[in-house]
Design a binder for this molecule. Structure first.
Ligand code: SAH
Length: 258
C-alpha cells in the first residue's frame, strides 16, 4: 500500500443510475481514490481497478461505515464513500459529518470533500417536464431515524404551504401502510386532480414514469426504488395525444389554477 501520511476522505454522489448522469468531477474522484466504502449495489456500479479496494456494507450501517472510512483516511488512506444520487440528500455526507462531530478531535483535521450528484427527484422531474419549477421540498418517509408523527406534521405543513413535495424512501417493511396514510393525508389538503409522478429506477434500464391525479394514486405504485413527486395546487398537466403529458409548476404564483 502506497499511502502518504495525510489521507483524505471524499464523499461522492454517483447520480441516479445512468453513468451519463454521473458528473465528470465524481468520475475523477473515483479514479483518484484507493479504498471505497458504500452500500454494495452502489459499489457494484463502479468499474474499479485491481489496485482499488471495496469495503461494502449494508444500507442500515451508515454511521459505522462513516467511522470506518474516517479511520482509514486518518491512517493515510485515499478514501471514497459513495452514495446514489447526491451524497447530501438523505445519504452519506451527513453521516460522515455526524461521525466527525462525535469522533476523535484529529478527524477534524482531515481533508473532506463532498462531490455532488444528480439526486433522484431531479432525475424524475426531468422525465416529467418541470414539476419542480416553483417552490418545493423533499421529505423522506423513512421511520428509521424519525417518528411517523413528525413526518405527518411535515407533509401537512408542506401541502398547506403550497410546496411541491418529493417523497424519498416511500415504502418501508417496518411500516407497510405509511405511504397510503401519506396519500390520504395529502388528499385532505390538496385538490383531487393534482398531478402525482411515480418515478421508479430513474436513469436505469428498468426506469418507469407514471403520472396520474392524486385521487388515483395508490401505495402499490411505489417501492423503495421510487421517488414520488406530488404537485401543488398550481402544478399543471399538458396533455399531448399519444405522448406522455408534460407536468410543470409555473414560475409565477397565480393563486390557483387559471
Ligand atoms: N442520495 C439519494 C437518496 C437516498 S434515499 C439521492 O440523492 O437520490 C433512497 C431513496 O431515493 C429511494 O427510496 C428512492 O425514493 C430514491 N431514489 C434513489 N435512486 C432513485 C432512482 N434512480 N429513481 C427513483 N428514485 C430513486
Amino acid at each position: 500500500m502506497n499511502r502518504s501520511a495525510a489521507g483524505s476522505l471524499t464523499v461522492v454522489g454517483l447520480g441516479p443510475g445512468n453513468p451519463e448522469q454521473m458528473t465528470p468531477e465524481a468520475a475523477a474522484a473515483v479514479a483518484a481514490a484507493e479504498d471505497f466504502f458504500g452500500y454494495f449495489p452502489y459499489l457494484d456500479r463502479l468499474s474499479l481497478r485491481p489496485d482499488q479496494r471495496r469495503h461494502a456494507s449494508d444500507n442500515r450501517e451508515e454511521l459505522a461505515r462513516a467511522r470506518a472510512a474516517l479511520q482509514m483516511a486518518i491512517a493515510g488512506g485515499k478514501v471514497c464513500v459513495v452514495s446514489g444520487g447526491d451524497p447530501g440528500v438523505f445519504a452519506m455526507a451527513a453521516a460522515v459529518c455526524e461521525a466527525i462531530e462525535e469522533g476523535p478531535s484529529d478527524w477534524r483535521d482531515l481533508e473532506v470533500l463532498v462531490v455532488p450528484g444528480v439526486t433522484a427527484m431531479l432525475a424524475v422531474a426531468a422525465k416529467a417536464g418541470a414539476p419542480l419549477g416553483h417552490d418545493f421540498c423533499a421529505i423522506s418517509l423513512s421511520t428509521n431515524l424519525k417518528p411517523w408523527a413528525i413526518i405527518e406534521k411535515r407533509i401537512t405543513a408542506a401541502a398547506e404551504a403550497g410546496f411541491v413535495i418529493a417523497f424519498y424512501n416511500p415504502v418501508s417493511k417496518a411500516r407497510p401502510h405509511q405511504l397510503s396514510e401519506a396519500l390520504d393525508l395529502l388528499r385532505r389538503h390538496l385538490p383531487a386532480d393534482v398531478p402525482v409522478i411515480f418515478g421508479r429506477a430513474a436513469g436505469r434500464p428498468n426506469e418507469s414514469i407514471r403520472i396520474l391525479p392524486l385521487a388515483d394514486a395508490t401505495s402499490d405504485m411505489a417501492d423503495m426504488a421510487t421517488c414520488i413527486i406530488i404537485g401543488s395546487a398550481e402544478t399543471r398537466l399538458i396533455r399531448r395525444g399519444d405522448r406522455q403529458p408534460l407536468v410543470y409548476s409555473p414560475r409565477s404564483y397565480t393563486g390557483g389554477k387559471a
